[in-house]
Write a new protein. Structure first.
Length: 259
């Protein structure tokens, strides 16, 4: 019975994580009721989800609202900028494709518009997570978001698919609309950000907490994972094994001296 309710039990960790996602999803919906606060809300949501991905067991309520407060100004400005520029360039595409205001001779104008929309998408995918994890200026955050999206192109494609998954499903199966809305209200937003956080965690090269078989904790980065995979069955690392070999060699030399 004690093993069943042990916090290190995989089943208990899964249920705890599921409850945390449900809880933080409610907090996100509550703080996003004024549409303009979606930016700080996304920062706070990423903060909780990335901590969960790292192996931490965050205090959801306090962590969420602390990050919401800390990132409020930058997250608000970033969100309003994305909202304003995204709306402007989306309207430009509407004029190009669905009206006669732009003739065929000016159809080339669609290309710089698409480039700007791509940049806005890149900032949206990475910017709020960067604000949640790193202390930086808004200008550098935007620049880093664009650079990271280019460097980790495969991850960027996955993030786009992840964010568009629900609209694609609803468009393909219109009868699923109310079910999709229910999932969004229940857990879907937090689950989407959590899945994205798994890949953003790798893109940001953050530390991950690894639980050894003896219950001890160790922080490793993705560059250390190959080395960690070579550890012994008891979670020993190379330094511990080398120190044991040195001890064995010392014992052997002592025996030789006594002989």
């Amino acid at each position: 019975m004690n093993e069943t309710f042990n916090s290190n039990n995989p089943a208990m960790r899964f249920l705890t994580g599921l409850f945390n996602l449900f809880w933080v999803n409610l907090l996100f919906l509550f703080t996003s009721i004024p549409i303009i606060t979606i930016g700080p809300s996304l920062c706070a949501l990423y903060k909780v989800c990335i901590q969960m991905v790292s192996g931490d067991d965050p205090q959801v309520y306090s962590t969420y609202f602390r990050e919401f407060k800390n990132s409020f100004k930058k997250g608000l400005l970033l969100w309003l900028g994305i909202l304003a520029l995204g709306g402007f360039f989306a309207y430009e595409l509407y004029l190009i494709y669905f009206t006669d205001m732009v003739g065929d001779s000016f159809s080339f104008l669609q290309y710089p518009v698409w480039v700007m929309i791509l940049l806005i998408v890149q900032v949206f995918l990475y910017g709020f997570a960067l604000l949640a994890i790193f202390e930086n200026t808004l200008k550098n955050t935007i620049k880093n978001a664009i650079l990271l999206s280019i460097k980790h192109f495969a991850i960027t494609i996955f993030l786009i698919v992840c964010w568009l998954f629900t609209p694609i499903i609803v468009n393909t199966f219109p009868n699923f609309f109310y079910g999709a809305v229910g999932l969004e209200l229940f857990i879907n937003m937090a689950l989407r950000v959590f899945i994205c956080s798994v890949f953003l965690h790798k893109a940001f090269d953050l530390k991950r907490i690894k639980v050894a078989r003896d219950g001890s904790l160790r922080e490793i980065s993705y560059d250390d994972m190959i080395e960690y995979a070579d550890d012994g069955p008891d979670g020993e690392n190379e330094e511990e094994r080398s120190s044991e070999s040195d001890d064995n060699s010392d014992e052997g030399s002592d025996k030789n001296e006594r002989e």
